[in-house]
Design a protein around this ligand. Structure first.
Ligand SMILES: [Mg+2]
Length: 265
């Protein structure tokens, strides 16, 4: 574990498992952001969730006294829309399987849906998706449309247990088409590049804080960032001890904040 907090200029935070765990808000989080503000340390929020809109996240963060602006929230839907804008003209006809988050992000960049003529199929988690949606997506991909997934999470946690995540939907289409999707969310590089551009810092002076080793921590390290694991979400202390990826492991965001304050005193 080699993390020099004094060298960090910016921090990107995963939300579920770091700031809250479903509806339970974790203690001490507002203090952490007050510390970042006092020290002029930039921050952004990075989540693989493609179903919730940026506006809804900003509202939730502000309700917790965390001063968030829309450009500081990078969902996999936002990163996908960013990627689409760089690689395709806005006139490109799309077929979208997904919820409000990805639909509003793509509409915000001027993209429109035209299912029968789609040249790109974009797939985010959609709990209302039907066989007919996958039938059409399969036909378009088999006809040559590009295939893009917002994120590859295989499962999605619910109070009853794990249910299929977007990675499971992508696997369905990959099986039916023999085409592998371009995936945008963590641990893939696009997501980290979009966040870094918004933070305006160098990768080695940017810290990712997350609760999931295989997405938050592995992705950050591949992108050349520093990575801190917190134990308030998915990863356990045993997993953290057995896995050497994180530069540092903290009980919670509050203990990370305390360690950082001590270093900058
Ligand atoms: Mg998380």
């Amino acid at each position: 574990m080699t993390l020099d907090l004094a060298s960090i200029d910016a921090v990107a935070l995963d939300m579920d498992g770091v700031l809250w765990r479903s509806s339970l808000v974790l203690p001490g989080i507002a203090d952490f952001f007050e510390f970042l503000r006092q020290r002029s340390i930039a921050f952004a929020f990075v989540t693989n969730n493609s179903t919730t809109s940026v506006a809804a996240y900003v509202e939730r963060l502000r309700a917790l006294d965390i001063p968030a602006r829309p450009e500081q929230v990078v969902t996999s839907a936002v990163a996908t829309a960013d990627y689409m804008s760089r690689h395709y003209p806005a006139s490109t006809p799309l077929y979208i399987i997904g919820d409000n988050g990805i639909r509003s992000a793509l509409a915000g960049r001027g993209f429109r849906e035209d299912p029968p003529n789609a040249q790109v199929v974009v797939v985010g988690l959609d709990t209302a998706a039907t066989f007919d949606n996958f039938r059409l997506a399969t036909l378009r991909i088999r006809a040559g449309a590009d295939f893009i997934g917002t994120n590859g999470d295989r499962t999605f946690p619910t109070p009853e247990g794990l249910i299929p995540g977007n990675g499971a939907l992508l696997a369905l289409l990959e099986t039916a088409t023999d085409v592998a999707p371009v995936v945008i969310g963590k641990p893939e590089r696009v997501m980290f590049d979009v966040a870094l551009e918004r933070l305006g810092t160098a990768p080695e002076r940017t810290l990712m804080v997350g609760d999931r080793i295989e997405t938050d921590i592995v992705g950050a390290q591949r992108a050349g960032w520093r990575a801190a694991l917190v134990l308030t979400g998915v990863a356990t202390a045993e997993q953290a001890a057995a896995d050497g990826h994180a530069d540092a492991v903290f009980e919670s965001l509050a203990t990370l904040g305390a360690a950082w304050k001590a270093v900058l005193r």
